[in-house]
Design a protein around this ligand. Sequence first.
Ligand SMILES: Nc1ncnc2c1ncn2[C@@H]1O[C@H](COP(=O)(O)OP(=O)(O)OP(=O)(O)O)[C@@H](O)[C@H]1O
Ligand SMILES: [Mg+2]
Length: 403
Amino acid sequence: MPSRPVKALLAVEPGVDVENVQDSLPGGEDFNVVAVVTGAEDALQWLRNGVADLLLVACAGYSDRALLLLDAVARQNPDLNVMVLGHGSPNGFLRRAFEAGADDIVMLPATPDQISFEVHKLLARKQGAETPVSNENSRLVCVLGPKGGTGKTLTSTNLSVCLAQRGERVALIDLDLQFGDVALCLGLPPEKTVYDLAQSPGALDFVKLQDFLSVHSSGVHTLIAPRRPDQASAVGAELLREIYSILRANYDWVIVDTPPGFTAEVITSIDNSTEIVMVGMLDSLSLKNTKLGLETLELMKYDPDKIFLLLNRAHSRVGISQSDVEAVLGRTPDVFIPSDREIPRTVNEGIPIVVARPQSEPAEAFGRLTDLLAGDVTAVEVPVPALAGADAGSKRRLFGRKA
Ligand SMILES: Nc1ncnc2c1ncn2[C@@H]1O[C@H](COP(=O)(O)OP(=O)(O)OP(=O)(O)O)[C@@H](O)[C@H]1O
Ligand SMILES: [Mg+2]
């Protein structure tokens, strides 16, 4: 319970067993029911006198009277905390109650402990909403790759963990809503997903969002993709925008893993991003798609200085030289990740390679990507991998860009 006692006004609708409801409420000094009223007029009168900081509306089934009361309270006392205590979930009532101004709905029967927990959460949430944490320096990085299987998830998970290892506050979102596998790559059980978040009633804020984030041992807070592909459509652009804004206010970095292609959710994420990591692979089809992806970003007028190009499986000897890569893409990749048989092994174990094999070449390359994004370097020596046709062991001077 909050530091000062809660003063609750209990409005009881016809058909409700008052004693039953009162037995469900928390007792003790932290929670006082200042009055029990039955009519809307009475309730509004009590509230006008400023006696309560929480209105509890107990109703049995669908109640137009309760909706009218919520409506009137929203107009008269817009800042008041309002919780509905309901029975069953009559068709459409929950939604209407939220629309009319309820901050939260708790279904009865519930124990005093449960109600106490919900009240605590509601008050903390409203307090948080009044004092938004602003974090203008936060970054939202969208990891893109127009073709499937290029290494987007490998990149977003290792980048997130690398940042967390450096003490940054990191949130990672799996936006591959149909076939997301961030949870698998991080060894996290998919207990709560973005689908569960989309389904949960009530307004979204950080306190609520936190309930749906799974915490990885590195400290990365992860919003996991839905368990089943048919759940993907529940997550719309509006919800994503809200999620991004809340996460950016509370984390230093928000990393977004995406599905292949420019889906509506991916475009929303690009629009909300501060940087993009474009992941390409060393084969002609992937390079062609990577080029198309870069051209699409150009059409979207995305600042090219904010796009980092990562070439995965860069050691593969597939008859493509570095100059071929540059000719196709029109630019030099910023980071090369070599092919390494340890990578599938670490993916299967659910331990990112930057944790499982921190000294390995891929782990060091992810470290360089992190340096570049964090702007920790203005110039770094990047060993060019032994692409066929390139001078083995040659070095290229790469000028990192301050973001
Ligand atoms: N450099 C590499 N060396 C060896 N294996 C790799 C490398 N990069 C990726 N892989 C393997 O390729 C597979 C696909 O990688 P990943 O899941 O990161 O791609 P993706 O772009 O996210 O795919 P999707 O489009 O299906 O989401 C993984 O099983 C991973 O183990
Ligand atoms: Mg993926």
